[in-house]
Design a protein around this ligand. Structure first.
Ligand code: DGI
Ligand code: FE
Ligand code: FE
Length: 194
């Protein structure tokens, strides 16, 4: 039994709201299921899922100040869409506050909201698990995405990214260029393979 995970849970539970903690557990287990399906170390997937929203103990409005304080550089776009910053700040917290040094885990946490071009396997697992976990209930395409996640992970990443972009555009919300670049990268690669 990896006792570190129990310590992470104890600490996280104190920091997050009950709903956010439940979401984190659920993402953690969903990451493990996807890791079983796609052949990724289960323990790393479990930790990435558990800690991915560890920065959600702060309000979006606090991140710009906190990042400046710790020398974490933000783009102007990130400052305009502060809801994406908890991913970058979360990766920093995972390293500094939870002692995680595994670069794949830190990368997955850092890109779990916007994605990034050329995501690695754990990046994709976390990105998809965050969307399909059992406590999510908003998106109409959830049943389809839950099935797709276990049959074609790349297609699930693509469809979720496209859906997010459409959602943000329809509501005139500020879009981080990383969200757009992720979609464009996947779209181009998909067309090449057609
Ligand atoms: O932290 P969670 O609620 O579990 O989910 P998340 O980290 O995927 O991100 C929360 C929201 O951020 C989600 O509704 C999608 C949205 N998002 C993703 N890319 C962008 C974005 N919001 C803005 N404003 N701009 C983006 O580029
Ligand atoms: Fe998040
Ligand atoms: Fe999340």
């Amino acid at each position: 039994m990896n006792t570190d995970i129990l310590e992470y849970r104890k600490k996280l539970r104190k920091k997050l709201s009950e709903a956010r903690y439940e979401h984190s557990l659920s993402v953690s287990y969903t990451c493990v299921c996807l890791a079983m399906r796609y052949g990724y170390p289960l323990d790393k997937a479990e930790v990435a899922g558990l800690l991915h929203d560890c920065a959600k103990c702060y309000a979006d409005s606090e991140f710009v100040h906190k990042c400046a304080k710790h020398g974490i550089l933000l783009t102007e776009e990130e400052k305009k869409a502060p809801s994406v910053i908890h991913a970058k700040y979360g990766a920093w917290m995972a390293r500094e506050k939870y002692g995680i040094h595994d670069e794949e885990i830190l990368s997955a946490i850092a890109c779990h909201t916007t994605g990034k071009p050329d995501m690695g396997l754990l990046d994709k697992i976390l990105y998809v698990a965050d969307y399909i976990e059992i406590r999510r209930d908003k998106a109409a395409n959830l049943p389809e995405m839950r099935r797709l996640a276990f049959t074609d992970l790349d297609e699930a990443v693509y469809q979720i990214t496209r859906g997010t972009l459409t959602y943000l555009e329809s509501r005139n919300m500020p879009i981080d260029s990383m969200t757009r670049r992720t979609y464009e990268y996947l779209n181009e690669r998909r067309q090449k393979h057609e």
